[in-house]
Ligand binder design. Structure first.
Ligand SMILES: [Mn+2]
Length: 309
């Protein structure tokens, strides 16, 4: 079977009963019928087609491992682990379709689902599922990424570099895309010109390093003009010392504290303006290139923030 569905394994981790009932860690929150959900997309197909170094397939397991023992803040919602979609070969399109189906058919009580990638090809499955689940709703996309990922599918087909061009084709007239953390040297002039032609909002890594609120107005405007926000985080937006384990490490990058601030701002602005944030994903973690587990920990911090708010 080229695309497999792997049911969730039991969560386990450290227990500190001597510290009392409030000594909760993330693994204590996992149960059925919760408000928050996790699903993995264990795929290397998109990164391989994009000529990157493989390893993203092991991302979901590594993020769960890094998350399990993190401490839980007060009054936290529970979460449900929905298991993994596993793409074993080059069956990217079938894998994306399977992910979209799981998202569209996720239990109705889940108000926010976090997808653990996989390469950035995860995003096409994520968006497709969200669009299927909420037909007719205006979906605004916020991508935290060094790369625009707006390349056109060439003879090798879709990849981890093409998801937002594919999403635009699917969304036809309603494509609304804001990319935060764009690195000048990581995007050709062809992509920058395409972004301009397609009205893509861009805030560069330099702008966010100089002022962590540099994207504030663009984020607020996108949230105001849409019914739903889909947040996608490419962990290669971080500097190499906070995310060495990615297909393409960044020499500069936007610091984790700034990315955490952006995620927090997006969550709280969505709450304030009553725009839903039903779906987020975190992609491009490559555990074979992450011997110290730093990248997995950076990713898990962001997942925790999305689950615990
Ligand atoms: Mn990307």
């Amino acid at each position: 079977m080229p695309v497999n569905f792997l049911p969730a394994e039991r969560w386990f981790g450290r227990n500190d009963p001597e510290d009392g009932a409030a000594a909760l860690r993330m693994h204590h929150l996992e149960r059925k019928d919760a408000r928050r959900g996790l699903i993995g997309f264990a795929s290397d197909a998109g990164v391989k087609r994009n000529k990157g170094r493989p390893g993203a397939r092991d991302g979901p397991a590594a993020i769960r491992d890094a998350l399990t023992n993190m401490a839980v803040p007060a009054n936290q919602p529970r979460f449900t682990d929905l298991g993994d979609i596993e793409v074993t070969g080059d069956d990217l399109e079938d894998g994306q379709a399977a992910l979209a189906k799981q998202i569209a058919e996720a239990p109705a009580n889940i108000d926010r689902l976090i997808v653990l990638g996989g390469g950035h090809e995860t995003a096409f499955g994520s968006y497709s599922g969200l669009a299927k689940k909420y037909p007719g709703k205006r979906i605004g996309i916020i991508n935290l990424d060094a790369h625009l990922d707006l390349r056109l599918a060439g003879k090798n087909g879709a990849s981890s570099g093409t998801p937002f061009a594919q999403i635009r084709a699917l969304a036809s007239g309603s494509f609304d895309y804001l990319c935060l953390g764009v690195a000048e040297e990581s995007n050709t002039q062809a992509l920058m010109a395409r972004a301009e032609e397609w009205n893509v909002g861009i805030v560069t890594d330099h702008a966010l390093i100089a002022d962590r609120n540099a994207a504030g107005q663009q984020i607020a405007a996108l949230i105001d003009r849409n019914d739903l926000v889909y947040l996608t985080i490419d962990i290669d937006v971080l500097p190499h010392f906070q995310a060495p384990g990615v297909s393409a490490p960044a020499a500069r990058g936007v610091p984790l504290s700034t990315i955490e601030h952006l995620v927090e701002r997006i969550i709280s602005l969505c709450d304030e303006r009553r725009t839903a944030l039903p779906l987020a994903d975190i992609v491009e973690l490559s555990p074979p290139h992450d011997p110290q587990g730093v990248t997995a920990k950076s990713a898990a911090l962001l997942v925790r923030r999305l689950l615990c708010s």
